[in-house]
Ligand binder design. Structure first.
Ligand SMILES: *Cc1c(COP(=O)(O)O)cnc(C)c1O
Length: 425
């Protein structure tokens, strides 16, 4: 096929390509192992001399088909699934950073990722400088060091709903000869394809909109294949010099645009093993088949709910990047003109206490930790994820004590608004 397929078609038919007489639906290869006729054949797989399956920790046909679908949706060159979004971000960084290295990350990122970068990776000897994503480029430039190896940010930050200026961050990363890694979980490739704006590597928590039904925890890493590792070979010896654990293979020489993902599979998956189970990959694929239908509906519903909240006298503030007048409205129009996401944050005039009472009164929206699935859900960070912090500490962490995080689902929007209305009353 010469023309680029529409995202709708890729959602349905991308990835699994059945041959004559094979199942139309992606099968679950519920097998840890794969059979060979000769010991020599198997040996060649271990040497990365040939492509093939031998053990599901390294590769599985169900997982590969789903990774291929996400790769096509993002417009990448190669992709892999991981057991979770956390594993995806960890591998994305560890694949190019070792002890003594440094990364620059937007400060407004998912709490789990922030903890990974500033606490756990620090124990591995990797330092992270968190930066204000809205600072001018000249200011952000000061965060770079000689040992900086990557720049990280989220397209739409969870839960701050900050829209990242992708071109600004890509320009900074590239001026320092390092790749730009973007977590595109909230926007999804339906609304934004960061590679088209200069991102080199895209990660996902597929647990959210991609699965979309709150059934399976998972993650994905997509490599654009665009970053020229060879041009900065001193910074990335892991990709550009022989790997002794694979008979001296040089990933960039042998795998070209597949170098980054092949290395992550061959080394990190082999040694750390955060694989997605084929069962979960199958469920993820079912979710992906309707991603192009669900995401616009999440956005339509969320915009209506945001406008409704904004019109209420008892609501103090509303953050939603798709809402006219929002601080990030212009960036959202630029990078995601068709819509942003289904998550809104807002505060009630009654503050923290009113938030708890309001949430207890909701009937349709459930109090859950999860976001970004078909069902409307709600969370009060001050009472839940950040409950150990005082109001002052909360503000320092960028969380307003009154903040309610509302993940708008794809139910009838009049029912969602009706539920909010009765709870506010
Ligand atoms: C949830 C989330 C993660 C972590 O993903 P898990 O699948 O829960 O491990 C990472 N980044 C973002 C933006 C998220 O929303």
């Amino acid at each position: 096929m010469s023309h680029r397929q529409s995202l709708d078609t890729i959602c349905i038919q991308g990835g699994w390509q059945p041959q004559n007489g094979e199942p139309r639906v992606l099968p679950i290869y519920q097998s840890t192992t794969f059979k060979y006729e000769t010991s020599e054949q198997m040996g060649r797989l271990f040497d990365l001399e040939e492509n093939g399956y031998f053990y599901t920790r390294l590769a599985n046909p169900t997982n590969d088909a789903v990774a291929e679908k996400i790769c096509k949706l993002e417009g990448g060159a190669a992709a892999m699934l991981t057991s979770s979004g956390q594993a995806a971000n960890m591998y994305a960084v560890l694949n190019i950073c070792s002890a003594g290295d440094h990364i620059v990350s937007a400060a407004t990122i998912y709490g789990g990722t922030s903890n990974l970068f500033t606490v756990t990776l620090k124990r591995f000897g990797i330092q992270c400088t968190l930066v204000d994503p809205d600072a001018p480029a000249e200011e952000l430039d000061k965060a770079f060091q000689d040992n900086t190896k990557a720049v990280f940010g989220e397209t739409i930050a969870n839960p701050a709903l900050v829209v990242l200026d992708l071109e600004k961050f890509a320009g900074l990363a590239h001026s320092h000869g390092v790749p730009f890694i973007v977590d595109n979980t909230f926007a999804t490739p339906i609304n934004c394809r960061p590679i088209e704006w200069g991102a080199d590597i895209v990660t996902h928590s597929t647990t959210k909109y991609m699965d979309g039904h709150a059934m399976a925890v998972g993650g994905c890493i997509v490599d654009s294949g665009n970053f020229d590792w060879e041009a900065h070979r001193d910074k990335f010896p892991g990709l550009t010099t022989p790997d002794d654990s694979y008979h001296g293979v040089v990933y960039t020489e042998k795998f070209g645009k597949g170098a980054y993902i092949t290395k992550a599979t061959a080394q990190l998956m082999r040694d750390m093993g955060s694989i997605q189970s084929p069962q979960n990959a199958f469920l993820l694929n079912v979710g992906l088949e309707t991603l192009h239908l669900r995401v616009p509906r999440h956005c339509d519903n969320a915009l209506k709910v945001a406008r409704y909240l904004k019109s209420r006298d008892d609501v103090a503030w509303v953050n939603y990047p798709g809402l006219e007048g929002d601080k990030y409205y212009d960036l959202a129009r630029k990078y995601m003109p068709d819509g942003t996401c289904g998550v809104i944050s807002f505060g009630l005039k009654g503050g923290r206490k009113a938030a708890a009472v309001f949430m207890d009164k909701l009937k349709l929206a459930a109090i859950v930790t999860h976001v970004a699935d078909a069902r409307t859900s709600v969370l009060h960070p001050a009472s839940h994820t950040h409950r150990q912090l005082s109001d002052e500490q909360l503000r320092e962490a960028g969380v307003d004590p009154a903040m309610i995080r509302l993940s708008v689902g794809i139910e009838g929007v009049e029912d969602i608004i009706g539920d909010i209305e009765q709870a506010l009353a």
